[in-house]
Design a protein around this ligand. Structure first.
Ligand code: F0G
Length: 446
């Protein structure tokens, strides 16, 4: 698809962002010139995916589209059982309904916000055992997405048996900057899970990008076949949740895949309750067809070279201008370090949100805050949870923009960087929801 982009003037953008309560989620898409809010569901489908849409089987039960999706999932992941869902958080809802009870603890490398939301909503705790090097944006390490195995094992040892239903590894680690997890780390986590009699579930939204990094960076996998690497990743896990809006390059869709029949049967009940019958789970037949095709395309080596290469292109431009970003560039996004970029804006005034709004005013570019607003309040104390880092995420949609657009983004950020000293005050909160506040928050400029 080719779409028209709409340009605007700075004074128009000033008015629009004011009306939006300085929340970039509240802008209309035609008020945005380059939309890097998310890489989720924003990719462009291929000619083959559109062709598959025409072949969708819309039968309520046992559609051929379901079997197409099943065979793609089996071939690519090796999991025997699967349930379609309408997106990733729906997969979390279905699986966690079967697995998570009040008082449980779910450790992981870094839970995505909806994942944490689904855990905390069930009065359980999501504990991030992120490696420390993820918090040093200047250090160049190959696998900053890893789980810290010592922190993880300490938690496993100190938690009463039966209270940890599973460990969750998120590939790639979105919150840490789209950083990959090594095969070694996945293998060791799986061994710890077995030793402590629990499961390993993989939040797989960007599993193909993760596999690409393993091939590029991990000893023993150089020149390896991406699909083989993917099969090995999943061989260590008991199940996966998937937001197909990322690495399966569809606009909507997700699934749960599992190895164990008993767990599959339990989760099936919730799938029927929340999503739809187990052979469509909230997806149209045509969507399942496009998703199956997208799984093959999203795991092809040529595609991944181009995709991650474009993210690295933007990262190199920004680094060249001296702009502080999480190093090295991630798989789906560049994470700008807002604490280094805007050191004068106090933490309580949300410096990453300030930078995101300034970038919108500068160039009509929409990004997203991955900082204190996203981190939400502590569910018990209701205090703001200040994460170690404040990021502005520039998420690159798949197969949508050219490198010329990336140059525009880089220059807009450079303009801001050149006058960063003049940016001193941030925002106060005018309205916030009790959970996942960043989506609907309203702010006041200070
Ligand atoms: N897990 C991860 C790692 C994610 O990044 C997301 C979504 C989800 C689960 C939930 O999937 O949106 O299909 O319900 N991430 C998007 C983002 C929204 O912008 O990073 P979903």
């Amino acid at each position: 698809m080719v779409e028209t982009l709409t340009r605007s003037t700075r004074s128009e953008r000033e008015e629009w962002i004011n009306q939006a309560g300085f929340n970039l989620f509240s802008l209309r898409s035609d008020q945005v010139f380059i939309d890097l809010l998310t890489d989720s569901g924003t990719g462009a489908m291929s000619d083959r995916q559109w062709s598959e849409m025409m072949l969708g089987d819309e039968s309520y039960a046992g559609a051929s589209s379901y079997y197409k999706m099943k065979s793609a999932i089996q071939e690519i992941t090796g999991f025997e059982y699967f349930l379609p869902t309408h997106q990733g958080r729906a997969a979390e809802n279905v699986l966690f309904s079967a697995l998570v009870s009040e008082g449980d603890i779910i450790p992981g490398n870094s839970h995505f916000d909806t994942t944490k939301g689904h855990i905390e909503f069930r009065k359980a705790s999501a504990i991030d055992c992120t490696v420390d090097e993820a918090f040093d944006t200047n250090s160049v390490a190959p696998f900053k997405g890893n789980v810290d195995l010592n922190k993880l094992e300490d938690l496993l040892k100190s938690t009463p048996p039966g209270k940890i239903p599973f460990i969750l590894l998120t590939l790639t680690n979105n919150n840490a900057g789209g950083q990959p997890v090594s095969m070694e780390n996945i293998r060791s986590t799986s061994m710890l899970a077995k030793k402590h009699n629990t499961l390993l579930i993989i939040d797989s939204a960007r599993f193909a990008e993760n596999a690409w990094f393993i091939r590029e960076r991990e000893q023993g996998y150089e020149k390896g076949d991406i699909r083989k690497i993917i099969r090995e990743i999943f061989s260590y896990a008991d199940g996966m949740t998937m937001s197909s809006k990322k690495d399966a390059i569809v606009n909507m869709g997700g699934f749960v895949a599992l190895r164990d029949e008993k767990l599959f049967r339990e989760a099936s009940v919730y799938n029927i309750m929340f999503e739809g019958f187990i052979t469509y789970g909230g997806l149209s037949g045509r969507d399942m067809n496009a998703l199956a095709q997208g799984l093959y395309e999203g795991t092809s080596s040529d595609y991944l070279n181009a995709r991650i290469g474009q993210v690295a292109f933007l990262g190199d431009k920004l680094s060249g201008y001296g702009i502080p970003i999480q190093q090295p560039a991630g798989g789906h996004a560049i994470f700008v370090d807002a604490l280094q970029f805007l050191p004068h804006v106090p933490r309580e005034e949300f410096p990453a949100q300030k930078l995101a709004v300034e970038l919108y005013l500068e160039g009509g570019i929409r990004s997203v805050e991955i900082g204190t607003l996203l981190a939400d309040r502590d569910p018990v104390t209701r205090e703001n949870r200040y994460p170690a880092l404040e990021f502005v995420r520039l998420a690159i949609p798949r197969r949508v923009y050219t490198n010329n657009h990336m140059e525009y983004v880089a220059v807009a950020l450079k303009n801001l960087f050149d006058r960063r000293e003049t940016i001193k005050r941030g925002f106060a909160i005018r309205y916030e929801a009790p959970i996942m506040r960043h989506f609907t928050i309203e702010l006041e400029a200070l």
